[in-house]
Design a protein around this ligand. Sequence first.
Ligand SMILES: Cc1ncc(COP(=O)(O)O)c(C=O)c1O
Length: 400
Amino acid sequence: MPFLSDTLSRVKPSPTIAVSNLAAELKAKGQDVIGLGAGEPDFDTPQNIKDAAIAAINAGKTKYTAVDGIPELKRAICAKFKRDNGLDYTPAQVSVGTGGKQILYNALMATLNPGDEVVIPAPYWVSYPDMVLLAGGTPVIAEAQAQTAYKLTPEQLEAAITPKTKWFIFNSPSNPTGAGYTAEELKGLTDVLMRHPHVWVMSDDMYEHLVYDGFEFATPAQVEPGLYDRTLTCNGVSKAHAMTGWRIGYAAGPVELIKAMGKIQSQSTSNPCSVSQWAAVEALEGPQDYIATNNELFRRRRDLVVSMLNEIEGMSCPVPEGAFYVYPSIAGLIGKTSAGGTKIDTDEAFAKALLEEKGVAVVFGGAFGLSPCFRISYATADETLREACTRIQDFCASLR
Ligand SMILES: Cc1ncc(COP(=O)(O)O)c(C=O)c1O
């Protein structure tokens, strides 16, 4: 009898975490490595949020809480959905988990049966297909194209839906491309979904607040109220509030689904950290002005990276609307050979040679389901980004 479960053989470890680990390992060995793999803001958590957590500790808020979140946080989340998205939810429609990741996982675990399909647009956040596999479902990948700036078209969504489709996972602004759907573009997709009443919508709005140049964020239940009863609107404090380590994510949707998600959580992790929940109350209810300040920095970095990458012959990088990623195509570089003798026949070979020869860690596009590309996270200091892009330029110039 094998010791490890069959389920384990269906999933692979997160490639983005693998890149970050490798970069850290090389750095620890004294190598000059710039890591552009990690998907987290380089800013510290705002002081008012830290203070709220310290106050919670001092007030003894250190015990178990209700499994899927304290009432105060659920109320703050309802207010946030109303304020930012014009969506009406009651606390009974809200679930709080240990990061956005657990929320998505709970929802899939609570709903997928063998044979159920989940439509995932590619390029996708690395965890979606593996979470679906862990939950016993079948990921169906719908490939978006560079020509539409990696946004799925209504025709592509329509073609991916079958009678077995249970969920459509939607992520805007996207990890890994930063692409954000306008309300009009999203309406094209929700019109398709209205024609398929058996399909539920999981909207991962994690990067909602990280948008630039006046881009207006939109979420499916807002754009098409007819989808409200079969949409799970997911979000979290990790990215916009620089709280990745605090591990608080949340979602709102139909009560039956929310209860089912709570049941999964009650038999796995129980409540998310009590102190982090109080910090999240402050993040949602306290001042929001640092978001605009951080966004201005992010936009500047985005522009720096996009312009330096687009100077490279053989590379093309769309200008993303949001998040802190860019996703350049290296189609024009495939088939070349690096100065170190590596044949660049895939984006994985490109990323490996770039790390070995120039000490820049990026994540290859294959990890996100669309090649030949790579992802850069620009949530790092301007000088570091400039140095990294110069090294990428040098590396590409040395390809023969
Ligand atoms: C698109 C997307 N969704 C969800 C998450 C998970 O966020 P959290 O750190 O809150 O679990 C991430 C984190 O990288 C993400 O990029």
